[in-house]
Design a protein around this ligand. Structure first.
Ligand SMILES: Cc1cc2nc3c(=O)[nH]c(=O)nc-3n(C[C@H](O)[C@H](O)[C@H](O)COP(=O)(O)OP(=O)(O)OC[C@H]3O[C@@H](n4cnc5c(N)ncnc54)[C@H](O)[C@@H]3O)c2cc1C
Length: 555
């Protein structure tokens, strides 16, 4: 169990000095522990990366760690209220799907119950987050279980009897500025092109060829979105999934993640359970956490993390210091990019590059409630704006059969925007967004429709706990660069959806990555010296291929 040591309130001594004393005693303790970890085995995978003989890891001896701690104390100065020191084997930073999955693997499967889970929010779930709107609860974050079958999220959803509706993407109506339209020809053409797009990615992968952008991939198979109808059809199948346009997304990895997720099953279900999608991590947590369990620290912001090969110290906004043998950070790649949490020592360049290179995309679900339903029965509507791609393009009818109860108070439409439109909308008032939306809706459904009774516009980029909605693999990023995201630094491990090569961006990616991190840390705790070599190669330097392409002269 996590041990909580309550220190006396420091009335006279300056807080920074107390912090210092606490660290000196902690470092003395740590220095007496023989390190259970060796240097990671620096793996080399793939022709374009090279290991260095002396990797620049934060493998400092305790005295250097102590210097870091002292610096941290001085930095913290009088802002630290030293409330308590909490000692634990594993600190899990973040109580989203990844954090709960890591904790479950440790506590439930490996019986390593001396853990502490910290999250800034007041509930577990992270980006599974439901809020009240128009008399019901709606999901601000993840909403679909994507790929059913053996998808662990779907398996857990069934165990928890989570209510969801089959997402019927064929149940769709098309609109442009003149009202209802027919884009079925464009839709069929895209479907054919997408099959060829996936086949081309498979060919590139089989021949170990360089990645190209998704846009180049589409062009290569003859798909050119040169009309508003084609643009919105492409948006519906690509941007609405990746949350970024084809120009900046990876052809290879968008195809790999599509294939991996549809391998569970091609079907998706939309969660409508009024207990929220977060029921899944809540049910998993109930297997190893009691009600009001003191190991779960909600409403607690992690401000600083000091890590080394000997342990990890986590400083919270409450002034507490969690002193752990290991820690798992599950913060989003957006949070790491914004440096919302300070890490000491600062990350080495290979890690920083991996963090900055990956993309945190944004997918914004705008909810509108009306006093009556003026739209038809299909689950989905597409709107092709004549001049602006991605301008309020995908609409969802939450009154469709099986969704929310249709009544006089709850008549909800959900419209999604992504990327640049998300950024733009976050910066303007909700009134301005509503006014834009009503112009679009009136061109779709006629001028007599009423204004909404309420509107809900999430702001994922502004939120310092997320800084976007989910990750996307940028064009040209290599497997090795991506592996550096996950690679541990000393006893600090990294998890979260972005670290999943097959399922980045997805709820199941977060769950599967969390389980891997939990498994790795469990092995470290159990077997010590070889744990770093487990599935976590890292590439401190990335080079161009030595093999020169062969120049072929036509004769
Ligand atoms: C709008 C949107 C739509 C999505 N749609 C889908 C979908 O339909 N299907 C699907 O499969 N996936 C979807 N996703 C993605 C899915 O939600 C994520 O992949 C998954 O929930 C990420 O889980 P995680 O544990 O990796 O990260 P998170 O859930 O982000 O967990 C990290 C935790 O860290 C906490 N944290 C951050 N900073 C601090 C700090 N300084 N101190 C303390 N705590 C901190 C956060 O509060 C958070 O709880 C969507 C996401 C969003 C946002």
């Amino acid at each position: 169990m996590a041990k909580v040591i309550q220190l006396a309130d420091p009335p006279i001594l300056p807080r920074a000095w107390l912090c210092l004393l606490s660290h000196i005693s902690e470092q003395t303790r740590l220095s007496t522990i023989s390190p259970t970890s060796q240097h990671p085995l620096w793996c080399k995978k793939g022709p374009c990366s090279q290991r260095t003989p002396n990797p620049p890891t934060p493998n400092e001896p305790p005295n250097l760690t102590m210097r870091v701690s002292i610096a941290t104390c001085l930095l913290l100065g009088s802002t630290v209220v030293l409330a308590k020191t909490i000692r634990t084997k594993v600190a899990i930073l973040g109580a989203g799907l990844s954090g709960i999955s890591a904790a479950k693997t440790l506590a439930h499967h490996h019986k390593i119950t001396d853990i502490v889970i910290v999250d800034a929010q007041d509930a577990i779930g992270g980006r599974l987050h439901d809020v009240p709107f128009a008399g019901i609860r709606v999901e601000l974050g993840a909403n679909w279980i994507q790929g059913l079958g053996k998808n662990p999220i779907w398996v857990m959803a069934q165990q928890a009897v989570l209510k969801s509706v089959f997402a019927n993407y064929s149940d769709i109506a098309y609109y442009n500025v003149n009202g209802e339209a027919d884009f079925s020809k464009e839709s069929d053409a895209f479907e054919e092109a997408y099959t060829a797009y996936l086949a081309l990615a498979g060919k590139h992968q089989a021949h170990k060829q360089l990645d190209i952008s998704a846009r180049t991939g589409f062009s290569m198979v003859g798909w050119f979105p040169d009309t508003p109808a084609k643009e919105v059809i492409e948006y519906w199948s690509f941007d609405w999934e990746e949350a970024e346009p084809a120009e900046i997304s990876s052809h290879l990895w968008s195809s790999i993640s599509y294939n991996a997720t549809t391998a569970f099953s091609p079907d998706n279900n939309f969660v409508v359970d009024q207990r929220g999608y977060k029921l899944i991590p809540e049910a998993a947590a109930a297997l190893f956490l009691k009600k009001n369990d003191s190991r779960l620290h909600l409403n607690t912001i992690v401000e600083k993390v000091v890590y080394s090969d000997y342990g990890v110290q986590v400083f919270t906004n409450k002034g507490d210091v969690i002193v752990a043998d290991y820690a798992v950070s599950t913060f989003s790649v957006g949070v790491l990019q914004h440096e919302d949490v300070k890490f000491y020592p600062p990350f080495p360049d290979w890690k920083r590059q991996a963090i900055f290179q990956f993309h945190m995309a944004t997918y914004t679900k705008i909810f509108l409630n009306f006093d009556h339903q003026f739209w038809g029965e299909p689950q989905y509507f597409l709107y092709a704006d004549p001049t602006r791609r991605g301008y309020y393009p995908v609409w969802q009818n939450l009154n469709a059969p099986g969704y929310f109860p249709k009544n006089t108070r709850t008549n909800i439409l959900l419209v999604t925007v992504t990327d640049a439109e998300s950024k733009r909308i976050e910066l303007q008032s909700d009134e301005a967004t509503q006014a834009e939306i009503m112009v679009v809706l009136r061109s779709m459904f006629g001028h007599d429709i009423p204004n909404p009774t309420s509107i809900l516009v999430p702001r994922w980029i502004k939120n310092p706990l997320f800084r976007g909605s989910y990750s996307n693999w940028p064009a040209g990023e290599t497997f090795e660069e991506h592996s550096n995201l996950r690679a541990p630094l000393g006893r600090l491990w990294f998890s979260g959806e972005a670290n999943s090569a097959d399922y980045f961006g997805f709820a199941h990616g977060a769950w599967i990555e969390g389980a891997k991190a939990g498994e790795n840390v469990a092995q470290c705790l159990k077997s010590g010296d070889s744990c770093h070599s487990l599935n976590t190669p890292y590439y401190p330097e990335l080079f161009k291929c030595k093999e020169r392409p062969v120049f072929k002269r036509e004769t």
